[in-house]
Ligand binder design. Structure first.
Ligand code: FDA
Length: 393
């Protein structure tokens, strides 16, 4: 039976980062993955350019049962450290809105960088390996795998969440946590588009492809100002993906279609200067005409502004600044970028990611109950939690 100091299950973002960190400390590290390729999610991320981190990372940009949990790891390995690593490997990158950093060329550069780091650190990566069983021993863990029996002192679980099963996402990490008596918080799809109810679909499906700037608000008051996209299936775009992390089934969301503007003031101004202009023509100056026509009744749109009563104008303004809509649901894990919930962080050390109850067992990355906003935060959590464990194993 081959023995290693550290075995990491999962050759994704967090697992590879952890492997390199531990390898540089002189630990004998083996990474196992059942996939044919390492870092598959990295490869398709950010539209193939990988939004690998964000210039400004704050703890409040993460959703976690214990909001303080992420602080230590993020402070120890901030985004500036990952940017430095990217620069050291000569990877060219650029900044987009809200401090998001993307590769200029390809997400492949990030996977190559991580694999190179593992190689330099002496960490071995073995793919196409099924983990058949894991058992605790006096000195660590015994693993039975499709590549043979293995033992290790420290075992790191970096198997990610449930999003995108077609990329090989499995509930393995949750099952293993439960096997060792750790609590796993209910999971759900995050950073995910919403779907229409049947009646909404008839009304809004023709708008598919239209994007508008919005401010979108969840019932708990969380708010994002980003683009909203109408799709055949429902609503998407960055605003919707962001708010989906804060949405619960059955809850309405509020969409401000004129962000930063007072719709009633705009309508009153238009009334004063163009009293005979139709409501349709007025609103079509502010929003795509097809959206205006889907939102309001034909008979109302045909009226001139001076034919609208004050109450009617107030209602219109409210619909523009605070369009309340209850969506049917989400597209689920099939298209979700992350998984909310997971291994309860109360079971783990925020400094090392080690399970409090099981010495030598660590959880890193998305498998745990930490999910970030859209914008590079989920990868930053993979890097930071991976380094935290890599320094401890
Ligand atoms: P990750 O999922 O990366 O790795 C888990 C690894 O474990 C995989 O290699 C898998 O094969 C392996 N595994 C699973 N089960 C196993 C088992 N039973 N046995 C052995 N191995 C097993 N984030 C971001 O910050 N910026 C972005 O641009 C994007 N873009 C993006 C696009 C899309 C389409 C998705 C789905 C997700 C993103 N994300 C993102 C989120 C980001 O990809 C995600 O948060 C990280 O990859 C999580 O890293 P982990 O290492 O925890 O899991």
């Amino acid at each position: 039976m081959k023995h290693h100091d550290v075995i990491i299950i999962g050759a994704g973002a967090a697992g590879l980062m952890c492997a390199a960190t531990a390898g540089y400390r002189g630990r004998d590290v083996l990474v196992l993955d059942n996939a044919k390729q390492a870092g598959k999610k990295i490869l398709i991320s950010g539209g193939g350019r990988c939004n690998f981190t964000n210039q400004k990372v704050e703890p409040q940009q993460f959703i976690c049962g214990n909001p303080h949990f992420v602080k230590s790891a993020l402070a120890r390995y901030p985004s500036s450290d990952f940017i430095e690593l990217v620069e050291r490997h000569g990877i060219e990158y650029h900044e987009r809105d809200h401090g998001q950093l993307f590769c200029n060329d390809s997400a492949k550069d990030i996977v190559t960088m991580l694999m190179t780091e593992c190689e330099w650190a002496g960490a071995k990566v073995t793919l196409r390996t099924e983990i058949l069983s894991v058992n605790k021993t006096d000195s660590g863990f015994h693993l039975s795998t499709s590549s043979g029996d293995l033992s290790c002192e420290s075992l790191v679980i970096a198997t990610g969440g449930l999003s995108m099963p077609k990329l090989g996402a499995t509930p393995y990490g949750y099952k293993l946590a439960e096997q060792f008596g750790l609590k796993v918080l209910t999971t759900s799809a995050g950073l995910v588009p919403f779907t229409w109810h049947a009646d909404q679909k008839i009304r809004f499906e023709p708008l598919s492809g239209i994007a508008v700037p919005t401010t979108i608000t969840a019932q708990d008051g969380t708010q994002f100002s980003e683009a909203l996209l109408f799709t055949h299936r429902g609503l998407s775009g960055p605003a919707v993906l962001q708010i989906s992390n804060y949405w619960h089934p059955g809850e309405a969301i509020s969409i401000n279609l004129l962000p930063g503007e007072n719709a009633l003031d705009k309508i009153e101004f238009a009334l004063k200067h163009h009293p005979k202009q139709s409501l349709r023509n007025t609103l079509s100056q502010w929003l795509p005409k097809r959206l205006v026509e889907a939102l309001f009744e034909e008979s109302q749109l045909d009226k001139a502004l001076n034919q609208l009563g004050h109450g009617e104008r107030e209602k219109l303004a409210n619909d523009l600044n605070d369009w309340s809509i209850t969506m049917n649901g989400t597209e689920g894990y099939r298209t979700a970028e992350v998984t909310l919930g997971g291994v309860d962080t109360n079971e783990l050390s925020s400094k090392t990611m080690q399970a409090n109850k099981v010495s030598g067992l660590y959880f890193i990355g998305e498998v745990m109950d930490v999910s970030g906003w859209l914008g590079g935060f989920n990868f930053q959590w993979a890097w930071s939690s991976g380094v935290a464990a890599g320094l401890a194993v």
